[in-house]
Design a protein around this ligand. Structure first.
Ligand SMILES: Nc1nc2c(c(=O)[nH]1)N[C@@H](CN(C=O)c1ccc(C(=O)N[C@@H](CCC(=O)O)C(=O)O)cc1)CN2
Length: 285
């Protein structure tokens, strides 16, 4: 079997076009504040990508760039100001942050209704309890890719490799919310291949280049590669999945680059439009 390739790049072009149409229909111009601390080249590139995508969709973006010497209290004060500013609908602090700043303190400071990253504990808790919530962008993008490909999670066995707050845990929760039977694997999992090879849906989100080979994959499975690993010698980007081998066995597969990555930014636009609508928590119960 040769897998169908799920292109996040192509899907993003379509979805971003649809989002731009939605933005034109809104009474307000959605506005996103992005805070970037430090000089990590990858973070700079992602923030540039977010700015560009916002502009193309008709979303206003404000980017605040600070040196890595920024103090935590200064960052929290800036978040407070954006929380108070009613013209700003979404707030995002690019991760990772320098070590002297507590990511938890920063995430918890963002107003729940402006938390377009979906990292605030209230949004995490709402997701856990099956309520409407801002949902982290990469997991949301993964679910969209499965949906568009006709891969229905209900009753399927899903295995998530990786347990990060950004991707592994929330994507497992979303799959569970869609009635999949979910197993998490991580660095302490024994005989990884014996678990992953049972998966109808396999999410590789461990951040280890090429760790998922053909032996880890069930024939016909949907394999979603979240890995963004830079090969030092070539500077090229590679995923957690050995694409060329696995694509001969899987039913569906996402490439790196051009797979999950672009969907992360697309779902940020989606969440920002939701924030501008201001209706996320209307069904409060
Ligand atoms: N506050 C946040 N910080 C981080 C998040 C996040 O969702 N919110 N996710 C990642 C980084 N990220 C977005 O911020 C991101 C990662 C990758 C891509 C992407 O499009 N990748 C391309 C390749 C780009 C390249 O060549 O480097 C691809 O996979 O095709 C977009 C956004 C951590 N931080």
């Amino acid at each position: 079997m040769t897998a169908k390739i799920i292109s996040g790049k192509e899907l993003s072009t379509q979805l971003r076009g649809e989002l731009a149409d939605e933005v034109r229909e809104l009474k307000v111009t959605p506005s996103l504040a992005v805070i970037l601390v430090g000089d990590d080249p990858a973070s700079h590139s992602y923030v540039r990508g977010k700015e560009k995508a916002c502009k193309a969709a008709g979303i206003h973006s404000i980017v605040k760039h600070h040196p890595s010497s920024l103090r935590e209290d200064e960052l929290l004060a800036e978040i407070d100001a954006f929380n108070e500013d009613s013209s700003v609908h979404g707030i995002l602090v690019q991760l990772p942050l320098p070590e002297h700043i507590s990511e938890n303190a920063v995430i918890e400071r963002i107003a729940v209704n402006k938390d377009v990253d979906g990292f605030h504990p209230v949004n995490v808790g709402r997701l856990l309890t099956g309520k409407k919530a801002f949902t982290p962008c990469t997991p949301l993008g993964i679910m969209k890719m499965l949906e568009i490909s006709g891969v229905e999670p209900r009753g399927k066995r899903a295995v998530v490799v990786g347990r990060s707050q950004l991707v592994g845990r929330p994507v497992g929760q979303l799959l569970l919310n869609e009635d999949a039977t979910v197993t998490y694997c991580h660095s302490k999992t024994k005989d990884l291949a014996s678990v992953t090879s049972q998966a109808d849906i396999l999410i590789a989100a461990a951040g280890r280049a090429g760790m998922i080979g053909e032996a880890h994959v069930k024939e016909g499975a949907a394999v979603i590669d979240v890995g963004v690993n830079r090969v030092e010698s070539t500077g090229k980007l590679t995923g957690d999945v050995q694409f060329e081998d696995v694509k001969e066995k899987a039913g569906w597969i996402t490439p790196v680059p051009g797979g999950v990555g672009p969907m992360t930014i697309t779902m940020l636009l989606h969440n920002t439009v939701e924030a501008a609508r201001g209706t996320m928590f209307d069904d409060e119960s």
